[in-house]
Design a protein around this ligand. Structure first.
Ligand code: NAD
Length: 476
């Protein structure tokens, strides 16, 4: 029996699709139902029907449900992390961190539900009062990628519910396991029927139904640029509200005055952990001339110490690539990099392990030029390029010379250069002596340029997307 979709409070089966472990392709985690177009329509109708009553529940009622969800995720963190590592391929330590983040997000938005902001002002007209309040947007469609199978769903679902919206949630087809587990937790926490619906399956069927439906008032999407652009055009054309987080080609600048150990550790983590499959990964390492050779040899040394193996095996530091398609893409870009004239200093070859999996040795290119394809396009794997810079000014220019603008970083001991970089980096998130990936759950997350569209996700800033502002005038 396949794991079922959650529609109007009931578990509804569809055609089963295999969820495969990328560390061991012989291991089938389970069969998960793919929703039909008709079932997605039922889920949207259920969300529409449930909206009126849910939007009028007390903030306390919604807070208690979110709190319960957050607490149960934390209580089951080992089991959920094991499932996540098994279906996505990040290490158990990384998966545990992600699961805890999902728990923290639900608890954070339990608090936000009871402090929805508003304003009261005196009108320009005598005696008249103005009240600015926030109301739910309505039915929201949430579409998520495979690389954070529980945290990204959490950071969309929790604020959507906290602010009184009803939800139709479509996880990535590759990782339905964590999404299903989360849906089951939300159902058991007492969510009223139809308020939260899970529809699993392909983007071309399930996703399309969601984005085209005039009953879906808003769509929050995280994924690739090409899918994002299609969704933006489709939803905006029918007047829907859209929020999108997409790709990155994030720069990490390393200056001559950087602490070498800090810089190498920051680069290793940012570029290669989570198998480089993070939208915030440091895929461009822009290194000032004077530290270049020392930095490269230290990073290569650290890469030699990495253990690429089964995500759930103790000692593994880098898990497999998520699937064959992504592995082919990584290998294709490695070939492109070679042909473009970058020097493959480390890795880049397929690895065999005890079990059949999608193992790739982390690849480090040196002597790269920022105009090369491998420096301009998101690869989304364990592949990083080192680009030389004459000085800080050139490094900053290279860092900003990209279509993307999600995250950026600098390793330096100079307060003034760090301050200048923070001010002039064209990214939504800037890190000093820290990896470009790895962020807190209670502050805004998002980027600029081709990386993002619409208002920020997470923290108090999530209120912008998940509410609609109303201005009321009251005469005595
Ligand atoms: P993807 O764009 O292929 O898919 C994302 C989601 O969109 C999936 O659920 C997919 O099924 C759905 N989808 C596909 N076609 C659709 C359609 N026509 N209509 C509606 N939905 C559709 O992305 P992916 O491969 O799952 O994830 C990797 C990408 O996600 C990378 O580009 C990465 O940078 C990006 N990402 C961005 C962030 C961020 O916050 N900026 C975070 C994580 C991942």
């Amino acid at each position: 029996m396949p794991f079922a979709n959650l529609i109007a409070g009931a578990w509804v089966e569809g055609d089963g699709s295999e969820n495969i472990n990328p560390s061991d392709t012989g291991d089938v985690i389970g069969l998960y139902s793919r929703a039909s177009a008709g079932q997605v329509g039922d889920a949207i109708d259920a969300a529409e029907t449930a909206l009126h009553a849910w939007a009028r529940t007390t903030p306390q009622f919604r807070a208690e449900i979110l709190e319960k969800v957050g607490l149960e995720i934390a209580a089951r963190k080992e089991e959920l992390a094991d499932l996540l590592a098994r279906e996505e391929g990040k290490t158990l330590a990384e998966a545990t961190g992600e699961v805890m983040r999902a728990s923290q997000i639900f608890r954070f938005f339990a608090g936000e539900a009871v402090r929805i902001p508003g304003e009261k002002l005196d009108s320009a007209r005598p005696g008249v009062q103005i009240e600015i309040t926030r109301e739910p947007v309505g039915v929201v469609g949430l579409i998520t990628p495979w690389n954070f199978p529980i945290a990204i769903p959490a950071w969309k679902i929790a604020p959507a519910l906290a602010y009184g919206n009803t939800v139709v949630f479509k996880p990535a087809d590759l990782v339905p396991g964590s999404a299903w587990a989360l849906a089951e937790i939300i159902k058991r926490a007492g969510i009223p029927e139809g308020v939260f619906n899970l529809v699993m399956g392909r983007g071309s069927v399930v996703g399309e139904e969601i984005i085209k439906s005039p009953k879906v008032d808003a769509v929050s999407f995280t994924g690739s640029v090409s899918t994002g652009q299609h969704i933006l055009q489709t939803v905006a054309a029918r007047g829907g509200k859209v929020q999108m987080e997409m790709g990155g080609k994030n720069p990490l600048v390393v200056l001559n005055d950087a602490d070498l150990d800090v810089a190498a550790r920051v680069a290793l983590d940012g570029a290669f952990f989570s198998t480089g499959q993070r939208c915030t990964a440091s895929s461009r390492l822009i290194v000032e001339e004077g530290i270049h050779d020392r930095f490269v040899s230290r990073l290569a040394e650290m890469l030699r110490d990495q253990v690429v193996d089964d995500a759930r095996k103790p000692g593994t530091t880098i898990g497999p690539v998520v699937d064959q398609r992504q592995l082919d893409q990584d290998l294709r870009y490695i070939e492109i990099g070679r042909k473009e004239g970058a020097k493959l200093l480390h890795g880049g070859e397929r690895l065999n392990r005890e079990k059949q999996g999608f193992y790739l040795a982390p690849a480090l290119f040196t002597e790269a030029d920022n105009q090369m394809q491998i420096c301009r396009e998101e690869i989304f794997g364990p592949v990083a390029t080192v680009i030389r810079a004459r000085d800080y000014e050139e490094a900053l220019h290279i860092a900003n010379d990209t279509p993307f603008g999600l995250s950026s970083g600098i390793c330096t001991t100079s307060l003034s250069k760090a301050a200048d970089f923070r001010r002039n980096s064209e990214a939504g998130m800037v890190m000093v002596n820290l990896p470009t990936a790895g962020v807190d759950y209670f502050v805004p997350f998002g980027g600029r340029k081709a990386s993002s569209y619409g208002s920020r996700e997470q923290g108090r800033y999530a209120v912008e997307f998940y509410t609609s502002v109303k201005t009321s005038y009251v005469a005595p």
